[in-house]
Design a protein around this ligand. Structure first.
Ligand SMILES: [Zn+2]
Length: 413
């Protein structure tokens, strides 16, 4: 009797469990995030977004699990880990837009490939990613031209270099736009142009990236070299005439964790620099102590004047007076940028918080819960809740049943 059980159990499992069958050809293991069960189901699945971790496998898996920031991770040895169940929302795309639609987390599956945006994948990764994509494409009927690198859909809100919403916030997954690499992972079509740039919703802030993403289809010898190295050949972490602090550090340019080593030996943090126009060429930029750009969390945060930036205008440029910039005054008042005169803007006191690119969804009431206001985005790290006592929490930090009445909800429209 015992012997029969031992022999038949694996066979029964194989016959009964469809995920076992689907796993054929894929070395896959579940390492679900502690946040997995808190994540809402997605309404639809229309895209697959491809990322590069910009770091090694072990640290990446820990970080992706901690924040629930991908559905799958493909390690350099071809092993695949499940992090968030594929029918739920993972927070991998951050501030994103494609064809006029924003917040692609709500419509997409996110796959993190261990490695770097400008380095080739290992052959084991190529095989694994190809098989994972084949299975997901079959399940969700996703065409190849909707399988996009993160850098193709990420966008930045205005800052002092780019006074409009712009493409080029990240180079994440960049090489997976190249036709030769797409062919290796079984993809035979890709977008030929950026629909949001064409429609005037975004401007191009990284021309090199734009060329890699949408450039010439046949990678000749010149094209391959151009894709492998940034436009300026010298050290990519050094400020030059054609390479600004933003080009190097992107949205971390004025963070207290970004260090600038000036040619005269002085070292300043990003939040200690007031005049970005006079940054001397030769200044070395060091981003964080260990975290790379892609490892920065995709969650948004409240920017504090006096801590994260010297002034609202320095951080947000002209958008500081936009109706989609929200200010949390230390007095407890909440106002929009378009309610301020330029003089009032310049006299905002230290400690004022700001959210750029947000609108208010109104307040929580007994009959209007978080889900009624923002739908499945209610528990994402990009949705903000301001409690009546003034504390601000993100959706991933709250329990829907315990949100106080009168809490105001802010989200990216
Ligand atoms: Zn990414």
């Amino acid at each position: 009797m015992f012997r029969i059980c031992v022999l038949t159990l694996p066979l029964l499992l194989l016959l009964c469990c469809p995920s076992t069958l689907r796993a054929q050809g894929l070395d896959i293991e579940s390492r679900y995030s502690p946040l997995n069960r808190r994540r809402s189901p997605r309404g639809s699945t229309e895209y697959i977004i491809l990322h590069t971790t910009e770091g090694g496998g072990r640290g990446s898996l820990e970080k992706l699990r901690r924040f629930g920031e991908a559905h799958y991770m493909v390690d350099t040895d071809g092993k695949v880990y499940r992090i968030i169940e594929r029918h739920r929302i993972a927070t991998h795309a951050g501030r994103s837009m494609w064809n006029g639609r924003t917040n692609l987390d709500n419509f997409s599956i996110g796959i993190e490939v261990v490695g770097y945006h400008d380095k080739p994948m290992t052959s084991a990764q190529i095989r694994a990613l190809r098989e994972l994509l084949r299975q997901l494409k079959a399940i969700y009927s996703i065409p190849d031209n909707r399988i996009l690198p993160h850098s193709m859909v990420a966008y930045g809100s205005p800052n002092r270099w780019h006074r409009a919403n712009h493409r080029g916030r990240k180079r994440c997954g960049m090489l997976m736009a190249r036709e030769d690499i797409r062919a290796q992972i079984g993809l035979h079509d890709k977008p030929r142009a950026d629909p949001d740039v064409r429609a005037g919703r975004l401007v191009v802030a990284d021309e090199f990236l734009e060329r890699v993403l949408f450039g010439p289809s046949a990678p000749g010898p010149g094209a391959a070299a151009a894709s492998a190295a940034p436009a300026a050949p010298a050290d990519p972490n050094v400020i030059a005439r054609n390479r600004s602090a933003w080009d190097i550090a992107r949205e971390q340019y004025n963070a207290p964790t970004t260090f600038y080593e000036f040619p005269d030996g002085r070292v300043l943090r990003g939040n200690e620099i007031s005049n970005w126009n006079t940054m001397p060429p030769g200044t070395v930029v060091r981003i964080g102590s260990s975290a790379t750009l892609e490892q920065q969390s995709e969650s948004e945060r409240v920017i504090t004047i006096g801590t994260d930036t010297r002034s609202a205008r320095e951080f947000a440029g002209d958008a500081a007076l936009d109706e989609k910039t929200i200010y949390f005054l230390p007095t407890g008042e909440v106002i929009r940028g378009n309610e301020l005169t330029p003089a009032q803007l310049d006299s905002l006191v230290d400690g004022t918080g700001m959210l750029v690119g947000y609108v208010s969804g109104g307040r929580i009431s007994a009959r209007r819960r978080a889900f009624d206001i923002v739908g499945p985005r209610w528990n994402l790290a990009t949705t903000f809740y301001r409690f009546p006592d003034g504390t601000v929490r993100t959706g991933d930090q709250i329990n829907e049943r315990n949100i106080p009445l009168q809490t105001e909800v802010f989200f990216q429209p």
